[in-house]
Structures are given as C-alpha cells and as structure tokens.
Design a binder for this molecule. Structure first.
Ligand code: FE2
Length: 372
C-alpha cells in the first residue's frame, strides 16, 4: 500500500518498479468527465492506452471489450482507476488476457484459482471511493452474460501489486455516495469481526477499521473537503477488505440480491440491513457485539453484555439517520412483494454461512421485513 494525500504522483516510479512498459488504464466515463483519467494518463510515461467504458456492476461484455483493447495495443500492465467496478474490471482483465475458458471456469466455487497460470500481467489499483476495498483484495466480481448472476473470480494472482491510495481523489465525492460507500466499509469491518472464521489478526484490523469509520464517516459526509476524515475513511475501507479476507456475514448475503433484483447500490443495501443483522446476531455473539459497541465509541459502563450488544446495533442505526441515507427498503424503491425472491437468492449466497447465528430462509424473510 502506498497511502496519503498526493500519493497519485508516485505512479510513474511505481510503474518503473513493476517493470511496466505499455500500460492499459481501465476507468469509467465519470472519471474522464472530471479530468482524473487524463491526469492519470499524463502520469503514465511511455505508450499507454485508456479503456474508459467501465459500467456500474460490470458485465462480461465490458470485460471482453477491455481485454480486446489490451490485446490490440500489446499492453503488458494494467492500472485500474475508480470505484469497485473499475478496479474489479482491471483485475479481471489481468486474469482474462491469457485465460480463454468460459468465465465461469474461474469462479471461486469452481476452484477457479487452480486453473490460473503464472501468465497474469500485473496491476496497480487506484481507488476513487472509500468503500469496497478492492485495491487490497484478490477477488473481482463480474456479472455473467447469461443473466443476473455475479461471478466471483478469486485468485491471489490478481491481487494488485500496489494499492495506490490517495484520499485527495475522494474530495469531490457527493455526500450520498460518501455515505453509502462508507457504510459498506463499516459493514465489512463489523461483519468480518463477527464472522465465525478463526482469524485474530483480521479481528484486530476489523476493530481498528470500525473505530476509524465511526470517528470519521459523518465528518467526511458533512464536510467533504476535510482531508483527514477522507484519509481515515480511505484507510477504513482498505482495512475492511483486509479484514474480510476472514469472511463476511448475513448483511452481505441480504445486500447482493437487493442490487441484482432491485438495483439498490451495494453500499446502501448494506447500510439499510446492517443494524437489523446486528440485532439478529445478539443471541449468538453478544460479547463480540459489545466489542463493536466500544469500537463505535459507545460507553458500556454499567450495561450488561446484552444491553451493550443492543447499543451497538442502535448506534449503527442512529448513524444511518444522521447520514441522511434512506433507512428503509421501501424508501430505496424496493417493492415488498419481492421479498420471497430476494430471500431465495440470499439463502443461496455463501456469505451467511459464516454468520455467527445460522440463518434459515424464514430468518432472511424476517430480516427483509424488519427493514421495510
Ligand atoms: Fe461490501
């Protein structure tokens, strides 16, 4: 990780260290519009090409178009600039360039990592939002061409060589996007800490990430030019993604169908579901929820463990209210009759299998209903 205000200017040196000779910049039209794509292109010394057609929730067609550009220009290195969509596309391009089987062959549940050879070009990831943490992750999520399903490509070979984290790049983000992506980062840290996988180092990172997000998210939303708050949120996002190498939980299982079936942005879906899932988890993980209450900055003096766990969930709910985000699924435009279909997809999502309290489909229905 290369981190700090102005870090983007280190890109030329970092590319040299990585022996990059011809760089493909992968980004989206929004970053072209605000001039950040051009600023980055100017830092790519030597021949470079820009693929600027990354879409939200990138699909196979978007990926293949980027791969075609990389092949036709003989680029040997990729720089991903943007939010999760651009960074994931950049990482997937690296995998796809020399791997021609059907994309599903490289999915996590098909032991995709074992089919990936050493012929994967390197990548530098430059986040422009503070949420997904894809810059420090070994996964890329691409929507398959035959429908709504998202494929998770997961191999250490697509872990970016450098996560180039410059919080100045987030100064212009509007409050609503800062809030939703920041809640995604908070959810990663909280769910990673609660997940049942044994991983004390990730637990420590997760609690630190909860603390940073709790102390800085509201300031970053209300005072977007506050570089300290922006930097701390960028770090909280990276920490969340480091921590969730451990695993996630039921909030993400509930959030994914909300995006694929009802177009709710990922961060907002987590934001709305998170406090409900924390309440649901009280009986299974009260001590861990008490730790989270403390990391959120609550005083638990004189409170029982169970009351402290409830306080953690209430504190997350109150944060959501202060951030002016929708707090109910109905406010986010989700039709209530979609619940059975949402729950059917959520129960098939592996994320809830590491949730501290085991989930039935009826539990997932109840969690969605609680959020309406
Ligand atoms: Fe997430």
């Amino acid at each position: 990780m290369v981190f700090g205000p102005g870090a983007l200017n280190q890109l030329p040196d970092l590319l040299k260290t990585c022996n990059a000779t011809r760089v493909l910049l992968v980004t989206d039209p929004g970053l072209v519009k605000i001039g950040l794509a051009e600023r980055t292109l100017n830092l790519l010394q030597g021949p470079a090409t820009c693929f600027d057609q990354v879409t939200p929730n990138p699909n196979e067609a978007c990926l293949e178009a980027a791969v075609d550009v990389m092949r036709s220009t003989s680029c040997d290195f990729v720089v991903g600039l943007g939010g999760g969509s651009a960074m994931d596309t950049a990482k997937a391009v690296c995998l796809r360039l020399n791997h021609d089987q059907s994309l599903t062959e490289y999915e996590i549940q098909n032991n995709g990592a074992q089919k990936v050879t050493a012929h994967v070009p390197g990548c530098i990831a430059i986040p422009t939002t503070s949420g997904t943490g894809s810059e420090v992750g070994r996964s890329a999520v691409i929507t398959l061409k035959d429908g709504n399903r998202k494929a998770i490509l997961n191999t250490p070979k697509i872990l970016p060589r450098v996560a180039l984290c410059d919080p100045e790049l987030t100064l212009g983000l509007p409050p609503q996007i800062t809030a939703a992506t920041g809640m995604d980062a908070l959810t990663h840290n909280i769910e990673a800490y609660l997940s049942t996988t044994y991983h004390p180092p990730c637990d420590a990172v997760a609690l630190g990430g909860v603390r940073l997000a709790a102390q800085n998210l509201e300031t970053a939303v209300k005072d977007g030019q506050n570089i300290d708050a922006r930097a701390n949120m960028m770090m909280a996002a990276s920490m969340g993604a480091i921590a969730f190498q451990k695993d996630l939980g039921v909030a993400h299982a509930l959030a994914h169908p909300l995006s694929t079936l009802a177009n709710v942005p990922h961060g907002l879906a987590n934001a709305i579901m998170l406090s409900h899932t924390m309440k649901f988890n009280r009986e299974a993980a009260p001590d861990r929820l008490k730790d989270i209450a403390l990391a959120l900055g609550c005083s638990t003096a004189g409170l029982s463990v169970n009351a402290s766990a409830t306080l953690a969930a209430d504190t997350v709910h109150n944060l959501l209210v202060r951030l002016n985000l929708p707090i109910r699924l109905s406010e986010a435009g989700v039709p209530k009759d979609l619940i059975p279909e949402l729950a059917a997809q959520a129960i098939a999502d592996a994320n809830h299998t590491t949730n501290p309290r085991p989930c039935t489909e009826a539990d997932l229905v109840a969690l969605y209903e609680a959020a309406f």
